[in-house]
Design a protein around this ligand. Sequence first.
Ligand code: C2O
Ligand code: CU
Length: 494
Amino acid sequence: VAATGLSTAAALARRPPVTGAELRSAAPLPPPFQVPLPIPPVLRPAGPGRYEITQREASAEILPGLRTPLWTYEGTFPGPTIESRRGHPVTVTHRNELPVPTVVHLHGGRTPADSDGYPTDLVLPRSTMHTGHAMHDPRAVVTELTRDYTFPLDQRPALLWYHDHRMDYTAPAIWRGLAGLHIVRDDAEESLGLPAGSRELPLMIADRAFAADGSLIYPALPDRPGVTEEYLAGVLGDVILVNGAPWPVHEVDAARYRLRVLNASNARHYELEAVTDNGRRLDLVQVGADQGLLAAPVTHSALPVAPAERYDVIVDFAGVPVGGRVLIRNRLGVGRTRDVMAFRVVRRATDDSRIPGVLSADLPAWQRSDAARVREFAFRAGRTHGRHGWLIGGLPFDPARSDVVTELGDVEVWRLVADVHHPVHLHLAGFRVLSRGGRPPLPHDAGLKDTVSLRPGESVEIITRFDGYRGRYLFHCHNAEHEDMGMMANLEII
Ligand code: C2O
Ligand code: CU
């Protein structure tokens, strides 16, 4: 892969991350911090290591008194959470009862290529049977209505998530509800004594916009006339959902909580802070990144979270009086999108949780000198087939092209540069951030990651080792609209 010039990106002034126009909801919106925080249901296995998920249309009362039609995993948004143990493989059978083909990807999973959800490995919808799209062999039709995805889960414990990944249509599919959590655990992590049980909360944060009847608004798709400005930049809604509820509130003990934050928004960046009613800022003590525990905790007063990133943070409510509230706010938001959710402290309680000074000792210690090669990729806007697109190294995604071929076991350094904000995600291989803007990484770059936020005009170096499986994988921008407009490339491990 040829290196590309960096001058344009480097010359761009740093701009605020939210560049797209925000969609405005027409539906009446609830005041913030009234709706209780839902916790996504945990999926019951259909047998040892076996799960079944039906993708189907459903509706939910997201805004009080209105029904929102959704595409769902098992009828809920977020989909059901899968709870797994490290090294215990699971097979998830997905059945597609939606009106469109789908693809399932386990984001952050160390997954063999045939279960990784390549964007053209479709699970066909039931309706295909009737339209007869070159489906002359009835057995072929039947087998593709469901698909078994096998996940070895031979990986560090972490908060993963599964979501749709169909070529050109990932963004609208996630927007309509196709996203769920998958948590991997192990004994070592559980023995640390971090807050657990009801004091461990998954928080899937995602913005949406609602029409007057409660249905979701989404701008025109790229293959339709009238591509909108909102679509090009990445779609932003004016309602912040946490676990599918608008600006929810959760009652807590005056104790430490472990918040497992996922930004599942298509395009919105957050900078989260925890602030009490009287304006006191609480520390966000980060214990984990996308790919599991840090070596040691890192304390933040505010935490930037790009699309698809996960942050595992401990917040201590012990100093908050009973009856007091702690607001989780987004410093990058404006008006209503400044609010995310609230915690209401309702009782004093004992707390035997702890935050050990050493969290894990198994983080890979790759050095620049280990790298077999250095590659460079520019993530930039460009024109493709006469249309606006988002490109990597000047090219839009093409499933027929090999962009990167690497050898199993090789360590590589990748230098990534961006014109505007691009959260870059690598399938299969967790990586570490080596440098940002020519300087050492920032505090929130710590640990093993699978998604890194490139800021406008900035270059970020990551280091990784391609091990585990051979086959065809991907890397792409996780601004889901950018991804659909071409900002994705093939990574082949041989
Ligand atoms: Cu979360 Cu390739 O995606
Ligand atoms: Cu992007």
